[in-house]
Design a protein around this ligand. Structure first.
Ligand SMILES: Cc1cc2nc3c(=O)[nH]c(=O)nc-3n(C[C@H](O)[C@H](O)[C@H](O)COP(=O)(O)O)c2cc1C
Length: 357
């Protein structure tokens, strides 16, 4: 599958953009284990333009993670165009992705992210102008609609010649395509659903099956296993699948999914020792990145602790630790650790307890 001339291979599996999760250390591991493309955390266009250090840090990419997408969000055309140009010239990502799907109040409530589902004309204006402003391929990530009642509501000026009820996302996809985007990711939920209930893939499948759609459609929502990824390709015909929450604390998920999609077999080579080493490597890389000299953060913030804060949530959520009796206090100690040594000791302790389970 290709997004413009970026070849993502057969049945690509992408790492979803996730705030506070898809930092560089994590993305590199996911890439190494078979993610076909990785996405940055979303970055506020307004913050980028104001040169906020944390946002500048988020748009850094490492050549080893390519192809990599940087995602931005915002609520008006001028700031999104300026931010897009800035991302292109400073970070040189392979893809610039626009977030029209974030449901959280501080974003959607201000009209950005999924808030744009209520102002689709503005969504299209932003998309068209961003596409015109940069030469890097622009993609969009969005949801099915604002809420369930509005799944079939079209804006009054989006005239259709047929009397048939057209799903909003079907019409939106065509219009976004007309703006020149190179691919569209759809998370199978509405904004009102936030992350509740099950993702509905039927509308994603309908968008993909629409003969007028020629850009790649990336399906997203609730893929946790290799079998589910395979089923998404088989049942809904999507060009790629994107995995988010299921990767928390287990970047090696991509290794199993990739092997399964390519061979029909699971990857049984990953031992507990190996997985614990991967987690330690994630800690080391995260600290290294936090300490690097060209870090956009001010000197006093470039500390080991900076890297530890990034990584400890990943470790605390690692599925390997599920089901360990009385693990809660260890999890809290992981979340409160301030040095690599502390984290490594806690990981060793957790490993012993898994073996004793
Ligand atoms: C902690 C967290 C942070 C997220 N941050 C972003 C983000 O920055 N940009 C975005 O497009 N989606 C974001 N999402 C949504 C995911 O990319 C994805 O669409 C959603 O989790 C559904 O996929 P999943 O069921 O595989 O997790 C976030 C989700 C979570 C749980």
């Amino acid at each position: 599958m290709k997004i413009r001339d970026i070849n993502l291979g057969d049945k690509p599996v992408l790492l979803a953009p996730m705030e506070d999760v898809t930092d560089q250390a994590f993305r590199l591991l996911c890439k190494e284990f078979g993610a076909s493309m990785v996405y940055s955390e979303f970055v506020s266009a307004d913050a980028l333009i104001r040169n906020v250090n944390r946002s500048l840090e988020k748009i850094r990419v490492d050549d080893r993670e390519r192809p990599v997408a940087i995602q931005i969000y915002g609520r008006d055309v001028p700031s999104m165009v300026e931010a897009a140009r800035m991302v292109e010239s400073e970070a040189h990502p392979d893809i610039l992705d626009i977030n029209f799907g974030c449901p959280v109040k501080k974003v959607a409530g201000k009209g950005a992210g999924a808030g744009m589902l209520r102002t689709p004309q503005l969504m299209l204006d932003i998309t068209r102008e961003v596409v015109k402003a940069v030469s890097v391929p622009v993609t969009v990530k969005t949801r099915l609609g604002w809420d369930v009642p509005s799944l079939y509501d079209l804006p009054s000026n989006w005239h259709r010649t047929t009397e048939e009820k057209t799903p909003f996302i079907l019409e939106l996809a065509e219009r976004l395509q007309d703006c020149g985007i190179a691919a569209l990711t759809i998370h199978g939920r509405t904004r009102s659903q936030m992350y509740q209930g099950e993702a509905d893939w039927t509308l994603i499948g309908e968008v993909k099956a629409n003969p007028r759609i020629h850009i790649p459609i990336i399906g997203n929502g609730d893929i946790c296993t290799a079998e589910q990824a395979q089923a998404a390709f088989d049942r809904y015909g999507v060009d790629a699948v994107m995995i988010g929450r299921a990767t928390f604390g287990q970047p090696w998920l991509f290794k199993d999914v990739r092997t399964f999609l390519d061979t029909g077999l699971h990857d049984n080579t990953m031992t507990l020792d190996w997985k614990m080493e991967v987690l330690k490597r994630q800690v080391r890389t995260s600290v290294e990145y936090s300490l690097r000299e060209d870090n956009a953060l001010k000197e006093r913030k470039r500390t080991e602790l900076g890297g530890i804060i990034h990584v400890r949530r990943h470790l605390a959520n690692c599925p390997l630790f599920k089901g360990i009796p009385d693990f809660r206090s260890t999890r809290i100690r992981i979340l409160q650790a301030t040095t690599q040594e502390e984290l490594f000791a806690l990981l060793d302790e957790a490993k012993e307890r898994i073996l004793r389970k």
